[in-house]
Design a protein around this ligand. Structure first.
Ligand code: FVH
Length: 286
């Protein structure tokens, strides 16, 4: 059994606290306001200082990094392991690591790849970066929340990977919503289309991503799938069809813009992975 303090009783903080208490840990919780109930099996501290003093391991999961600092900046963190599971940018994670280490704490930053309902269940994962020694010491303690994966000693790595994975997710959401709008605009039910056709199609297309990644690592833009000229025509047809349905094509328009710009510069024979050169100035070779 480990003594753990958990700061932040939002939807995620509450799920984390409950999973730790259920696993038999001694969990002290604190939240800025009294609006949130005390999770079952935990003890509520009257102040953040009291919560931090209660355990060697302090987990914080609040709205954002300014909120983390609003709570912790004036407190004594000497000798603590601070695990910050608040979502943020890599730069914020690196700054917070420097700040925590400067106060005598060991620091881990975390990216939660789950929604609150998944915490404590199979499929939930938390990425950790920062102090390897702290991770090794507490890995078993973390596991009841979600599978624990250490991704590196650069404290910004977990946030980077978290944001990169969310970026992939938002791209998929944008495409899926546009597709559902096309079906819905005809008055047809979206559910059947999504289940029978869209999900299997997206799953099959996701299987191509490792090949894309290899092309990007090798900077090889030759394609045997479909070149940019073909995709430019496809995206133009798609935009025209959606306009004819009275829909906006706003979610996909930026993709069409960069496909067209690269095709216009004479790279119509390149594959879609070559678009990465349009996103990153150091990758812009042609
Ligand atoms: N919920 C989710 O699905 C996602 C999954 C991936 C990771 N995120 C991140 O987790 C952080 C917390 O998210 P949450 O869902 O628990 O958020 P809320 O339910 O809105 O609770 C927010 C808590 O933050 C406290 N808080 C806000 N501002 C301050 C502040 N200035 N000082 C101290 N605490 C603050 C708030 O307290 P209160 O309003 O109840 O007093 C809540 O405890 C977040 O980074 C997600 O991106 C969740």
């Amino acid at each position: 059994m480990t003594s753990i303090s958990l700061i932040g009783l939002g939807l995620m903080g509450t799920a984390l606290a409950e999973s730790l208490a259920k696993a038999g840990h001694k969990v002290t919780v604190w939240n800025r306001t009294d609006r949130k109930p005390t999770p079952e099996g935990t003890t509520r501290a009257a102040t953040a200082a009291e919560a931090v003093a209660a355990a060697p391991l302090v987990i914080v999961c609040v709205l954002d990094y300014p909120a983390v600092h609003a709570v912790l900046d004036d407190l004594d963190l000497n000798g603590k392991v601070l695990v910050n599971l608040t979502s943020g940018r890599p730069a914020e994670a690196r700054e917070s690591a420097e700040w925590a280490v400067g106060r005598g704490a060991e620091y881990l930053d975390g990216g939660i790849m789950a929604v609150p309902q998944m915490i404590g269940q199979e499929g939930a994962q938390i990425l950790y970066s920062g102090s390897r020694a702290a991770f090794d010491r507490y890995e078993d303690t973390f596991t009841p929340m979600a599978a624990a994966r250490f991704v590196g000693e650069d404290p910004g790595l977990a946030a980077l990977l978290d944001l990169a994975m969310l970026t992939g997710m938002y791209g998929q959401i944008a495409g899926a919503l546009q597709a559902m709008a096309m079906i819905g605009a005809e008055g047809d039910p979206v559910a059947g289309f999504t289940e029978d056709l869209l999900v299997p199609w997206l799953t099959a297309m996701a299987g191509l991503l490792p090949r894309w990644a290899a092309s990007i690592d090798e900077r090889s833009w030759v394609t045997d799938v479909s070149n940019l000229e073909v995709n430019s025509n496809g995206l133009a047809a798609l935009e025209r069809a959606t306009r004819e349905q009275g829909l906006t094509g706003d979610l996909l328009a930026p993709l069409r813009r960069i496909v067209d710009a690269r095709t216009a510069r004479g790279h119509g024979d390149h594959g879609l992975p070559s678009l990465i050169e349009e996103l990153h100035p150091d990758l812009h070779r042609s």
